[in-house]
Design a protein. Structure first.
Length: 219
């Protein structure tokens, strides 16, 4: 068992649970609640990342073997991506509800089909997942940088959230490379534990971005 990967994977699971529950609690506190609210969509999305990390851990301790369940594991991660993408579309296309749903449904169907048809190869799935998440990550970065510099969203720190999204995306990009780097009997997953640390750091940034209001500089 890769103790480095297992340890960081467990921390990642805990981090997802903390941030997801926190966002949902913040949403519950709102006087008016809508399922299109950012805290609700992102909170639910993050919680959908937890099954994937648990599947990783079960594979690592040989309780289950790599199979179609791994393709499903990446498809579950996709739910988070699509919910975040939907949240960003609700910012830019607030009045075009039907069009938003059409875009999200089509993107989800196509992405899920691609992930389920790809051979159960972790490297291929990592690469496909990184490509599929790109639109959601880019839209999140642009949205929160825009709201930060235009001071249109003052209850969260858009700059920190954008930096968090960049960090998480970097983690996803380097994952397939690090999985085949420095592979050894004590590190069968190579240096991919560094990916977990990168993603954990990204979600920590996300937590502080959501929790703390921005301190704008005069520009």
């Amino acid at each position: 068992m890769d103790i480095f990967y297992m340890t960081t994977s467990v921390f990642k699971t805990i981090g997802y649970a903390i941030l997801g529950v926190y966002l949902l609690k913040e949403w519950i506190k709102l006087e008016k609640k809508y399922t299109s609210d950012l805290p609700f969509l992102i909170g639910i999305g993050i919680l959908f990342l937890i099954p994937g990390t648990i599947i990783d851990q079960l594979v690592m301790v040989n309780l289950i073997g790599p199979s179609i369940i791994y393709n499903i594991r990446y498809a579950l991660d996709l739910i988070c991506t699509q919910l975040i993408f939907g949240a960003m579309l609700s910012v830019w296309m607030a009045s075009k509800v039907k069009l938003r749903y059409i875009i999200i449904i089509l993107a989800s169907i196509i992405s899920i089909i691609v992930l389920l048809l790809i051979p159960t190869n972790v490297i291929l799935l990592d690469i496909a997942s990184a490509i599929i998440t790109l639109p959601a990550i880019i839209s999140l970065i642009i949205t929160f940088l825009f709201t930060y510099y235009t001071k249109r969203l003052t209850n969260v720190n858009g700059l920190l959230i954008a930096l968090a999204a960049i960090t998480i995306f970097i983690g996803n990009i380097i994952r397939p490379i690090l999985k085949i780097t420095a592979v050894s009997p004590i590190m069968p997953y190579g240096l991919s534990w560094i990916t977990n640390l990168t993603i954990i750091f990204g979600w920590v940034l996300m937590f502080f971005g959501v929790k703390h209001k921005p301190t704008h500089l005069s520009i």
